[in-house]
Ligand binder design. Sequence first.
Ligand code: S5P
Length: 262
Amino acid sequence: PVPVTVRCRWGAAAAAHPVAQRLLAIRDAKRSNLCVAADLCDAADIMRLCEQIGPLICVLKVHADTVDNWTAETASALRAAADRHNFLLFEDRKFADIGHTVVCQASGGVHRIVAWADLINAHGIPGRGVVDGLRQACQASGRAVGLLLVAQMSSKGNLIDSAYTERCLAMAREARDLCIGFIAQERLDDTGELLVMTPGVQLAAGGDALGQQYNTPADVIGCRGADFIIVGRGIYGATDPCQAARAYQAAGWAALTDASSR
Ligand code: S5P
């Protein structure tokens, strides 16, 4: 397609961090603000999904610790697929421990997350030590990695209140060298410099039996000001994941470009 300059309300100002720059460049080149949550238990199934939907997405999110047969080869295969199809890899570990522990969790163990992930996330609950520990792990890896703070959650009855979210915003502003934005349900920062990725998205609002709550792409992007949608079961659980990914890509992009031109 002919490249378009997206009149995005927020994107232009966000590109201070190299990972944010790449994310926005991929978004605009592929006309996709879709992150797919590949929450499958078998590595081969994840790779199959990658091949099907790779051209349609800007980010693939995984939970490496839920993959039954995860090995170092899984990480290399994911990395190769991400580079071939031009999307970022997001490991959704939600670090939430003291700095010293998260250094080990991010760089060591079976998953060696900062050796392959482009994006990681953390809860703000431990205080700035969690960010300092992750910074140390990322620097030691020698790779550019972006952090998203979980400032809000999609699940019913979660314990996060507006004061906590505000403190996450303050934490992110103090760590602009690492933090590129948030996992949240709405835009938090009006400068547009911190991106928002929103989970709990399906084409119809609703929920699941365990407290997940869904809003539509038009709602989270058009009304609440998010930049990216995160979709799991709506895509990998569909009869035709590729067709579903196309529908979410179109809905996410329409909501973003519509919101941007307002
Ligand atoms: O608040 C949150 C934060 C996250 S990262 N709510 C979420 O659902 N997530 C993740 O998004 C969750 O771990 C899962 O990987 C994905 C949502 O999946 P879905 O199948 O409900 O779309």
